[in-house]
Write a protein that binds this ligand. Structure first.
Ligand code: DC
Length: 219
């Protein structure tokens, strides 16, 4: 079974993706962390992010592995654990820039199809539209930008991965969503057959129940 979860930043994709994967005993694949690993590789290799050919070449060379169970997913870049490093503001910003490049997307989509072919919960921006258009169940999670920014702000301050103010977090999030939704290749959009869930004002448990009901209804 393939379950696709797409949606804008901080819409709850990873929290709910993990919960669904655990409940359904499926592998959990966070595709955003793969674009983040490419971004980190670009920064470390001092590659110009505007040089699409150089970034694509790097994306094809690096090894990205997602290890562990849904609750403790480790992201490995060429065998090195970069789970925490890929969550900094600089990498977040760079991941949105490199993910616009078609060659980078091709390299990641190919790996995602291979990783998920035996069944998985995958989250990202283009899972239901491009990576697995025949997914068994497709969700599009969304929430008001202010609420998403607040969630991200709390999370960032708990993990000390950012020192941005709430207003800065909101600004960056809206800007990133704009870039992710307006790019030419595989923009963030709702698949025709996706179940749209707006989690504004809802608890994680409520959204989880709603998603599980839909999984059972469709299976
Ligand atoms: O989900 P995330 O915030 O960790 O994703 C980081 C960036 O990667 C985000 O700005 C958009 C991009 N991304 C993408 O283009 N396609 C995906 N399937 C997942 C993420």
């Amino acid at each position: 079974m393939i379950i696709a979860i797409d949606g804008p930043s901080a819409s709850g994709k990873s929290t709910l993706g993990r919960l669904l994967a655990r409940a359904l005993k499926l592998q959990y694949i966070d595709t955003g962390s793969m674009y983040r690993a490419v971004a980190l590789a670009v920064i470390e290799a001092h590659v110009d992010p505007n040089d699409a050919d150089a970034v694509t070449m790097l994306a094809n060379q690096i090894e990205i592995d997602l290890e562990g169970d849904p609750d403790s997913l480790c992201v490995l870049l060429d065998g090195r654990d970069v789970t925490e490093q890929i969550r900094t503001d600089t990498v977040t910003e760079m991941s949105s820039i490199v993910s616009v490049i078609p060659g980078v997307r091709r390299a990641m989509v190919e790996r995602q199809r291979e990783m998920g072919r035996r069944g998985a919960v995958l989250n990202g921006r283009d899972i239901g539209t491009v990576v697995f258009p025949d997914a068994d169940v497709k969700f599009f999670l969304t929430a008001a930008a202010e609420e998403r920014a607040e969630r991200r702000y709390i999370e960032d301050h708990m993990t000390a991965s950012s020192s941005a103010t709430l207003a800065e977090t909101l600004y960056d999030l809206v800007e990133r969503d704009r870039r992710d939704s307006t790019r030419a290749d595989s923009p963030l959009k709702v698949a025709d057959d996706a179940i749209v869930i707006d989690s504004t004002g809802k608890s994680i448990e409520e959204v989880f129940e709603e998603m599980m009901k839909n999984v059972h209804r469709n299976h």
